[in-house]
Write a protein that binds this ligand. Structure first.
Ligand code: C2E
Ligand code: MG
Ligand code: MG
Length: 569
């Protein structure tokens, strides 16, 4: 029997040791006078039992027990020795995890031996209790909805699997899976349908995994698959394909035919990580990548992916505070009246002056701002800033002569914001801008995303005399019909068409057709992306109303546009 004796009193220690030196009893005693040393020994070595003096110089027995029980997973039995025979103290010690309490005056060979044996027996019973409690907990934590292992089981499984894989020198893969847009189903069809769908997903997943793999529902619409004995990465690749495929098959749930998909992130041991936390993090990063690249796909973790995502997360984080830190600026690109060759308006284009990355273009952060729910606030800022700038120009450069308009881009999500019209009204009133000078640019997809709502909203804007322009025409689900349905006044032909016109003759025919159609509907036509003299001539020949592009000017800081276009020559 290996014993640890912790007592600062040399005589008491000798006494205890003498009591344990008996024929037929083989004990190996480690002794120490210090509580700290004792704790260290107890945590790092195996002992069958600890004999602990209640009164140690730096710590009393209760404090020692609390520290020991909160850190020691071995649950070594403890017999407390004390000079006091206070019953309450004895009970407190038992409550805090000692198995027995005897007074030092009682210490005789037989009393001490009995205490040790009782303590060990009591300790054994306690351990069994603990184990069955653990088992109960585990049973209770199987996911009730799907019958799959739950997060708790999963984490345990993962914890055991890693050392095993290490010993057996085999690979392992972790697939994290998230259903795409599951929330929509819950929100629109209700939770019972959502639940039934999760059950069906669980059934399908169960069918595609190998025996021995651990499938679990981590919570909500998140699942994980732990693939043991991974011989090669192709195996994981094939599994992800099977998972994606099985989930893409149409579902019928209580009469509702539904289609779903999933995003998957995969990380493998030992290539990506050698500990569980890291492995989960890697799979998560890969999952994030799948969602970010349009969902319904799988990505494998790699260092390069990690760096890219890390960078993106940093940028996202920076973006959250960019508005408060006043880091956005508007550039203005002039639009030229084809007939007069003079400036007829300016389009406000946002840029982000990032403190360390320099000037960032809108394509790199507007979609992110939309994802993060920041676009409405940023859009308000753009409107305010553009109108304020416009007021300044109108006041400084003779309002009567300055018949130019100001174009501002709106995101689709701004159309969901029911205070949009009120905001626009307030801003225009504040900066004293007549409605006909504001032009709002929307893309086709922005409008078609929320049709019922946007028709009303666009009509309301149009009724107020605000000009509506369809931006990037030809890039989305170009529907000429849409142009008739919505109250647009201006059609901005996307730069790709203007540029195609100079490389093939069909391009020109196409432009002619769009132009004719737009004119029939009474729309003004603006050519975007005019870069060369030839393109400009073509716009003139086709009698487009306005032109915009690098041939005339790139988007410019306000002061620069003033200097080049507004100041009298
Ligand atoms: P857009 O509204 O179609 O703006 C025109 C884009 O084409 C601008 O890019 C402009 O710099 C670029 N461009 C202009 N002339 C030429 C040319 O001759 N050749 C070429 N290759 N490109 C030309 P930018 O500033 O990077 O903006 C990109 C897009 O970001 C915009 O496309 C617009 O959809 C969006 N955006 C810009 N500002 C805002 C904003 O304040 N709010 C929202 N929601 N979106 C914005
Ligand atoms: Mg635009
Ligand atoms: Mg455009």
């Amino acid at each position: 029997m290996k014993l640890l004796l912790i007592d600062d009193d040399t005589i008491d220690r000798m006494n205890a040791k003498r009591s344990l030196q008996q024929p037929g009893l083989s004990t190996e005693i480690t002794e120490t006078a210090s509580a700290e040393e004792g704790l260290k020994l107890a945590l790092n070595q195996h002992y069958d039992l600890i004999l602990l003096d209640y009164q140690l110089p730096t710590m009393n027995g209760l404090e020692f027990l609390i520290t020991l029980r909160s850190t020691d997973t071995k649950h070594t039995p403890v017999v407390m020795l004390s000079h006091s025979d206070d019953d309450e103290l004895a009970i407190s010690c038992i409550e805090k995890g000692a198995q027995d309490f005897i007074t030092k005056s009682e210490v005789t060979a037989s009393r001490l031996m009995r205490a040790i044996l009782h303590a060990q027996e009591r300790h054994k019973i306690e351990s069994e209790l603990r184990n069955s409690r653990e088992l109960l907990r585990c049973l209770a934590e199987v996911d009730a909805l799907t019958g799959l292992a739950n997060r708790y089981m999963f984490e345990r499984g993962l914890k055991h699997a890693l050392p095993l894989a290490e010993r057996q020198q085999t690979g392992m893969a972790l697939l994290m899976l998230d259903l795409d847009k599951f929330k929509n189903i819950n929100d629109t069809l209700g939770h019972p349908i959502g639940d039934a769908l999760l059950q069906e997903v669980a059934r399908r997943l169960q069918k595609v995994i190998r025996e021995g793999d651990l499938l679990c529902r981590l919570g909500g619409d998140e699942f994980a698959i732990l693939v043991h004995n991974l011989e090669n990465l192709e195996l994981a690749e094939r599994l992800t394909q099977r998972v994606l495929h099985t989930l893409q098959q149409p579902l019928n749930i209580e009469g509702n035919s539904l289609s779903i998909s999933a995003s998957i992130g995969v990380a493998s041991y030992p290539d990506c990580a050698t500990d569980t936390t890291q492995l989960m993090k890697c799979a998560d990063i890969a999952l994030y990548r799948s969602k970010d690249s349009g969902r319904n796909q799988a990505h494998f973790y790699s260092k390069e992916l990690h760096d890219r995502i890390q960078k993106r997360l940093e940028l996202e984080n920076d973006l959250r505070g960019a508005l408060q830190r006043n880091e956005f600026v508007l550039y203005y690109q002039p639009q030229i009246d084809t007939r007069s060759g003079k400036i007829s308006g300016a389009e406000a284009l946002i840029r982000w002056q990032h403190p360390s990355r320099g000037l960032i273009g809108p394509d790199h952060f507007i979609p992110m701002a939309e994802d993060l729910g920041l676009i409405v606030a940023i859009g308000d800022w753009v409107l305010t800033e553009a109108c304020q700038q416009f007021q300044h120009w109108r006041e400084t450069f003779n309002a009567i002569d300055l018949q130019i308009s100001m174009a501002v881009n709106l995101s689709a999500l701004q159309l969901d914001d029911d205070v949009l019209i009120g905001n626009i009204e307030d801003i225009m009133y504040k900066y004293n801008i007549p409605h006909q000078y504001l032009e709002l640019e929307l893309t086709e997809s922005a409008v078609s995303k929320n049709s019922a709502l946007s028709t009303q909203l666009l009509q309301a804007l149009s009724d107020r005399g605000i000009t509506l322009a369809m931006d990037d025409f030809g890039t989305g689900y170009s529907s000429l019909l849409q142009l008739k349905t919505y109250p647009f006044h201006v059609l901005k032909i996307d730069k790709s068409f203007i540029q195609a016109s100079s490389t093939n003759s069909e391009g020109e025919i196409y432009l002619q057709a769009i132009n004719a159609f737009a004119k029939t509907l009474g729309l003004q036509v603006v050519a975007e992306g005019v870069e060369t003299a030839a393109q400009k001539s073509l716009c003139e020949k086709l009698q487009f109303d306005r032109m915009q592009g690098y041939y005339f000017a790139r988007p410019l800081p306000a002061a620069e546009l003033e200097k080049q276009y507004l100041l009298p020559a």
